[in-house]
Design a protein around this ligand. Structure first.
Ligand code: ADP
Ligand code: MG
Length: 573
């Protein structure tokens, strides 16, 4: 491969511009991003080596080396991880792989990024964070197990294009050299580097090392100073991080800040998590879990190719960050780590899908998350509301899909209603507790927005009787009410269906009498309208449900309601 100059994808350049011009509030994180990439790359080669020792090329001592060079003004990050082929460099570094990113960038442009740098943190700038501190970046890499002349050299100044060419590289893995910006040479300082590594990358599983030179006064065999001996310089490779996997430590020994930093490390989120769940499961399934509920929804929550948030480890060895069955889809917003003691290290993707252990772990995780949410709802209602506003629509999918946990899930639901103010919620429990006298059923109405529903003529009679009606405005609510037909022995009924009966026995008799009379009076008219509208509606009938409006459309008890029809139409059904 001869040296070629290539242009970045438009989106990559946009991202680079954002990184370079808007995201300097916390430049230190560039090192965390690069160390975390190196650590991921070592995870990968370690995993591959379980089935193919040859990829280690006789070098099983995994490490990440930081090499500051004051004369050259460069900081190099070198790893003996899996490395990349030329094709992989192009794919991973020159383009943006996740389709959601494009939508995210478009979204960003509409907001003022300079004022809200945290927005970009939701996305995680990864490798491109290098350009926050460097005006020239050189990446040299070679895929583990390939020949030494299969190396690749990539270089860019971050302004539109990069070059890529073949090169020789003796050791496997990746070496990234940052030519630091003139005013940022502080990142070459030993103590600066130490403190950044300690703060952001302490729990990285592999040693992050650096050559450290100390001047010493030579000492005699008994430690006594030798007169006139002068000083000597001694250089040693020192490990800067403790490498303690945070989830294996006792809760009482972990500070709030450590939990938060670890969250940021695995989630790429700039914000603190809303909730941290750290526990050890014992019994049929033994594992440790450190899980987080983010404070805000990520931009790709509804994209099918989004990354999964819970990583699987086996006895502290990273296995995968893409285990579908670890947490169900409706908890896909969870981030964290699960470390199992039961699974074999060489577990494959296929085995993971079938494994009963994984199913047990999932069951346990779901139980824990749901009970934590339940507790939050009881004890920290404001936090829970904020969680619900972000992730409610996802959680609700569970009512439809997770039959076994429906009882727990229904307690976690919140709705706006004719009684709540906009933005405030009522739970089903509260609803049933405050039901009006004589009210037998739980009423709801579905639609696209609260404002639209408030105008509905269907609500007139409910208002008159003082019955609360839930507003169901999420598209997923249609599935919720299909899954949830009853709560605490009370049926859930759509307020716009034909079969709601709101009258007491006495009222019913009175109404029947009235209706008979009206039928006599209006019989001919009804027949006429029915005839006119025959191919559009099922029937026209007299109603008691309206108090102010002249007429309204109702769905039949077993027919589809108007909102469901709208949704299906939107989906081209
Ligand atoms: P992310 O880590 O979230 O995937 P990054 O921008 O940090 O995003 O990295 C993009 C991709 O580049 C990585 O997924 C990985 O495939 C590749 N990559 C980055 N750094 C390294 C490295 N040190 N060794 C091997 N591959 C790397
Ligand atoms: Mg990364």
């Amino acid at each position: 491969m001869s040296k070629t100059v290539k242009k970045f994808e438009t989106e990559v350049q946009q991202l680079l511009d954002l990184v370079i011009h808007s995201l300097y509030s916390n430049r230190d994180i560039f090192l965390r991003e690069l160390i975390s990439n190196s650590s991921d790359a070592i995870d990968k080669v370690r995993f591959e080596s379980h089935s193919n020792m040859a990829v280690l090329e006789g070098d099983p001592e995994f490490k990440i080396k930081l090499i500051p060079d004051k004369e050259a003004g460069t900081l190099t990050i070198r790893d003996n991880g899996v490395g990349m082929t030329a094709e992989e460099v192009e794919r991973n570094i020159g383009t943006i792989a996740h389709s959601g990113t494009k939508a995210f960038l478009t979204n960003l442009k509409e907001q003022n990024v300079a004022e809200h740098p945290e927005l970009i943190g939701q996305f995680g700038v990864g490798f491109y964070a290098s350009f926050m501190v460097a005006d020239r970046v050189i990446l040299v890499t070679r895929r583990a197990g390939h020949d030494r002349d299969a190396g690749v050299r990539w270089e860019s100044t971050g302004d539109g294009s990069y070059t890529i060419e073949a090169c020789d590289k003796a050791g496997r893995g990746t070496e990234i050299t940052l030519h630091l910006k003139e005013d940022l040479k502080e990142y070459l300082d030993e103590w600066r580097i130490r403190s950044i590594v300690k703060k952001y990358s302490d729990y990285v599983q592999y040693p992050v090392v650096m050559d450290v030179t100390r001047t010493e006064v030579p000492k005699g065999v008994n430690g006594e100073e030798i007169e006139g001996a002068g000083t000597i310089e001694k250089t040693e490779e020192e490990t800067l991080n403790s490498m303690q996997a945070i989830w294996t430590r006792a809760k009482s020994e972990i500070s709030e800040e450590e939990y938060v930093e670890f969250y940021k490390h695995i989630s790429h989120d700039f914000d603190k998590p809303l909730k941290t769940i750290h526990y050890a499961a014992e019994g049929t399934s033994e594992f440790k879990a450190l899980l987080y509920i983010p404070a805000h929804k990520p931009f790709d929550l509804f994209y099918p190719d989004r990354k999964r948030g819970v990583q699987l480890y086996v006895r502290r060895v990273f296995i995968t960050d893409n285990c579908e069955h670890l947490v169900p889809e409706y908890l896909r917003f969870m981030k964290g780590v699960v470390d199992s003691s039961d699974l074999p290290l060489n577990v494959s993707r296929e085995i993971l899908q079938e494994d009963v252990q994984i199913k047990r772990i999932q069951k346990n995780l779901v139980g824990k998350v749901l009970s934590t949410l339940g507790e939050m709802k009881e004890k920290e209602p404001e936090e829970y509301c904020s969680f619900y506003q972000e992730f409610g629509p996802v959680l609700k999918e569970g009512v439809h899909f997770d039959y076994a946990n429906r009882d727990k899930l229904q307690e976690l639901l919140l709705f706006e209603s004719t009684t709540t103010e906009a933005g405030a919620f009522v739970s089903l429990e509260e609803y049933t507790e405050r039901m009006a006298e004589g009210q037998q059923e739980i009423y709801y109405i579905t639609g696209t927005s609260r404002a639209a529903l408030e105008q509905s003529p269907h609500l007139e009679i409910f208002r008159k009787k003082g019955y609360e009606v839930l507003f169901l405005t999420d598209p997923v609510d249609e599935w919720v009410v299909q899954g949830l037909t009853e709560y605490a022995g009370k049926k859930l009924k759509a307020a716009d269906r034909g079969d709601v009966s709101l009258a007491s026995d006495e009222e019913k008799k009175e109404q029947e009498a009235k209706q008979e009379e009206a039928a006599k009076q209006y019989g001919a008219l009804l027949q006429f309208i029915n005839g006119k509208l025959a191919d559009r509606i099922k029937e026209v009938r007299l109603s008691n449900r309206l108090t102010d409006s002249a007429c309204c459309l109702v769905a039949d008890e077993y027919g589809m309601n108007a909102n469901m029809e709208r949704i299906l139409r939107a989906m081209n059904q």
